[in-house]
Design a protein around this ligand. Structure first.
Ligand SMILES: Nc1ncnc2c1ncn2[C@@H]1O[C@H](COS(=O)(=O)NC(=O)[C@@H](N)CS)[C@@H](O)[C@H]1O
Length: 438
């Protein structure tokens, strides 16, 4: 992509309403624009990162055996009356009337709707286990939206729902999602620690919040330091096998959020030098809630014994539009964002130090074509601007590699490769530049 033809509205000044670094940087880097309280437009650069995060989530959900579909954002109130949550959900729910004065709502989550889909088609235990998920916009009328898209009113969520014949099988489904979350967040460059959590409006009696430690996190968390550098399950993890050892390994060390921590238990379980009490960002949450929805909504299957019983369910959410600021909180410096390559909007930015200089222009045009042919997601800063402005933009938007082409380097047949994360710079022969980025 040529920057002169892109749409990247970076801001010079720090927006005053932004209280935390990720909010400031997402605005300055031209990733988002606030349209109203808690409502954002995703501008091209931000949207590109959001879609890279989505692809990683889809890959890991599919690897764990979940099947993707897509449900609408608008839901019928009657469906929520069946589960009893229509009134219980409170003021966070945006209630809507259509032209025929029928009652609808903008879905804050989809347990009722997915249960309705399930009960319409599945009758036998032979069709289980089943895990259906979608990635869809949600609306929660947060009383105090803040920190940019960290806590917004409209947000993008992956929500998966598992259906099993009994609790034992449902706990196996829970473990598959638990393990897939360990892989998913680490692939985005995040260390997300599973912590026992309250279940809140979703319900149930088994739940973990996946927490990224960050000074600006909304909740206080308490955990054992050994959880911070534990290796995640490999790409060859057998999701049909016994995942209990992995889950036990990750839950045997103490980790709890402030709403369920037992300080005496924490101090008893964790030696002083291993105690980590910090602030955390909840990027995902897993729930087992049995027949909470299938009972009232009569989502039953006929078992091997010929008896009809309500299915045991769980739900598993990831806040995609919260993951982006979480990554920035965990990976930035004074010059801007430092994207992990896996989610970076572009893998590299080609910087022409002297647009208008024939040698630089032709070298850049050649490199740009070769990089694109090599399948590298490249941004070419071809603007007629001073070098300093180009470096500042590249550092701000956080692209992992900068390929810098200047008249002096070209004279010795070299370009400069800068690693955004380490700041290291190295002279690379022109002919090797593309292979260095592959
Ligand atoms: N207001 C919000 N803004 C941004 N992300 C949010 C917001 N509310 C929740 N999230 C994200 O969405 C994830 C799932 O939300 S939740 O309430 O915990 N879980 C559910 O809604 C269940 N239905 C899981 S499928 C959270 O872990 C968080 O990462």
């Amino acid at each position: 992509m040529r920057l002169s033809r892109y749409f990247l509205p970076v801001l010079r000044e720090v927006p005053k309403e932004a209280e935390i670094v990720s909010h400031r940087l997402m605005l300055r880097a031209g990733m988002i624009r606030q349209q109203a309280s808690g409502l954002y437009s995703w501008l091209p650069l931000g949207y590109k990162v959001l879609m890279k995060v989505q692809r990683i989530i889809e890959e890991e959900q599919n690897r764990a055996g979940a099947i993707e579909l897509l449900m609408p954002t608008i839901q019928s109130a009657d469906l929520w009356r069946e589960s009893g949550r229509y009134d219980a959900y409170g003021k966070e729910m945006l209630r809507i009337e259509d032209r025929h004065e029928r009652e609808f709502l903008y879905g804050p989550t989809n347990e009722e709707m997915i249960t309705d889909i399930f009960r319409s088609y599945v009758r036998s235990y032979k069709d289980l286990p089943l895990n259906l998920y979608h990635i869809q916009w949600k609306f929660r009328d947060e009383v105090r939206p803040r920190f940019g898209t960290m806590r917004s009113r409209e947000f993008l969520m992956k929500d998966a729902y598992s259906f099993d014949e009994d609790k034992d099988s449902a706990v196996k489904a829970y473990r598959r999602m638990f393990v897939s979350y360990l892989r998913t967040f680490r692939r985005m460059g995040l260390t997300a620690i599973p912590m026992r959590a309250e279940t809140g409006p979703i319900g149930g009696d088994l739940s973990h919040e996946f927490i990224v430690l960050a000074d600006t996190g909304e909740s206080a968390v308490f955990c054992h330091a050994d959880l911070l550098d534990k290796p995640i399950p490999g790409i060859d993890t057998d999701y049909e096998g016994d995942l209990q050892p992995i889950v036990d390994d990750w839950t045997s060390l103490y980790a709890a959020t402030e709403d369920i921590v037992d300080m005496a238990e924490y101090e008893q379980a964790v030696p002083e030098e291993k105690r980590v009490s910090a602030r955390g960002i909840e990027v995902g949450q897993t729930f087992y809630f049995g027949t909470k929805y299938s009972e009232p909504m009569k989502a039953n299957v006929t078992g091997a014994d010929g008896k009809d019983t309500p299915v045991h369910m769980g739900s598993y959410g990831i806040g995609l539009t919260r993951v982006l600021p979480a990554i920035i909180e965990a990976s930035h410096d004074d010059d801007g964002i430092i994207w992990p390559v896996s989610v970076a909007p572009f893998e590299a930015v080609l910087i022409n130090l002297k647009a208008g200089d024939d040698a630089c222009n032709s070298a850049c045009e050649e490199l740009y074509a070769e990089l694109a042919d090599a399948g590298i997601d490249i941004l070419y800063d071809d603007r007629d601007q001073a070098a300093g402005a180009k470096f500042a933009t590249a550092d701000l938007v956080g692209i992992p590699y900068q390929l810098i082409v200047g008249p002096r380097g070209l004279k010795s047949g070299e370009v400069e490769l800068k690693h955004r994360k380490s700041g290291e710079r190295e002279a690379v022969p022109l002919a090797e530049a593309v292979s260095r980025l592959k």
